[in-house]
Design a protein around this ligand. Sequence first.
Ligand SMILES: Cc1cc2nc3c(=O)[nH]c(=O)nc-3n(C[C@H](O)[C@H](O)[C@H](O)COP(=O)(O)OP(=O)(O)OC[C@H]3O[C@@H](n4cnc5c(N)ncnc54)[C@H](O)[C@@H]3O)c2cc1C
Length: 404
Amino acid sequence: MPLPSPRRALIAGGSMAGLIAAHLLLRRGWDVQVFERVEAPLTSRGAGIVTHPALWRALEACGLDPTRDLGVAVRIRRVFGRDGRLLGERECPQVFTAWDRLFRLLRDAFPDARYHAGQAVEEVAQDADRVRARINGETVEAALLVGADGIRSTVRGLLLPEAQPRYAGYVGWRGLIAEAALPPAVHADLFEGMCFCLPPGEQMVGYPVAGPDNDLRPGHRRYNTVWYRPADEASELPALLTDETGRQHEGSIPPPLIARATVAAMREAAERLLAPQFATLVRLTPQPFLQPIYDLESPRMALGRVALIGDAAFVARPHVGAGVTKAAEDAEALAAALDAAGGDVPAALARFEAARLPRNRRVIERARELGRCIAAAGRPADETVREPSVLMRDIAVVDFLDAA
Ligand SMILES: Cc1cc2nc3c(=O)[nH]c(=O)nc-3n(C[C@H](O)[C@H](O)[C@H](O)COP(=O)(O)OP(=O)(O)OC[C@H]3O[C@@H](n4cnc5c(N)ncnc54)[C@H](O)[C@@H]3O)c2cc1C
């Protein structure tokens, strides 16, 4: 069989990591084909995304303009006590975007002919000259395969079966509330920034994001909340993931299927445990969604002609707010290494791995440290991490990487 073009790349996964890598390779003259398992457009799968300068730079490198309406710019952070009193405030300018907004920015600018929705990578094989992937039953060959297929990556599962997500011992209850639904007093306290509340062993965080269709007009935006609560893996998590019909879901549960009693118990706990501002938000959340928190550390990111990027390689707990930024940095490092290696794909991938493994490990470790503000698996919460000034300084801030 003739060799595939030396600049043909297959990308498994058409979400954040896959699309950023696809843009960067396409701009360098690669023949890129993206295969996304899900048929329907990947919108509304996440809520708020904290952005960092590295993400903005990566979007610019994709030829996109992140300065145009990327999200809601905020200036401050606040922590509220159980009684609603302000416990601390700190300046921290940041832009909060929405998952849908970022996805649309990346997807709309990428050629449809190169994006294959409803196509799953099922098998991977390689030799010295090429990599072969079976996609919806057909074999496709290329010089490079990028596994950008997320936390449950098929590509990683085939090549590094030992690298498995690890449950953190707690879940995040997420919610999105229309700005117009917020009572004025709650709006005044919370809407200007990233705000926290710290019930014993737990953490609530919220911040403003764009409204539907990236609506940034005051009054049309939304407030995004994530309430982290311990849930023991053996005795509590299975019940949370069991739907109304009694079926237990693995790893995550579609929001409309969460059992009514589970949502009612969470809402009842909100009234007892949260600052009144946040309890109001939980009451107003039309459809809460439940996300068990995992992390994942792969021992490798390069295996011959196969690279792993984004959540397929490393998943950080959300406290660093850096999942998409990390995915973007992986994609940029991959593109730069391919540039530098002059057509030698395995050499490029080795260089990419050397650049990214240590930094990604640092992100995972940092997210675990910050996660100690939540109790888990019989371990009490670490009160030093929960101190309001520390919390406001460290959550979703990536300055620690500059010192790495
Ligand atoms: C509660 C919470 C809050 C978060 N907050 C932030 C934040 O503030 N900032 C931030 O940057 N990040 C945040 N994240 C993390 C962020 O959402 C992820 O890091 C990011 O979406 C990872 O992108 P990805 O493309 O690597 O993976 P994914 O977005 O998971 O995409 C993987 C894609 O691969 C597809 N796929 C799977 N298997 C196959 C296959 N075999 N073949 C083809 N396609 C396949 C999937 O359908 C999916 O579309 C948060 C996460 C959580 C849980």
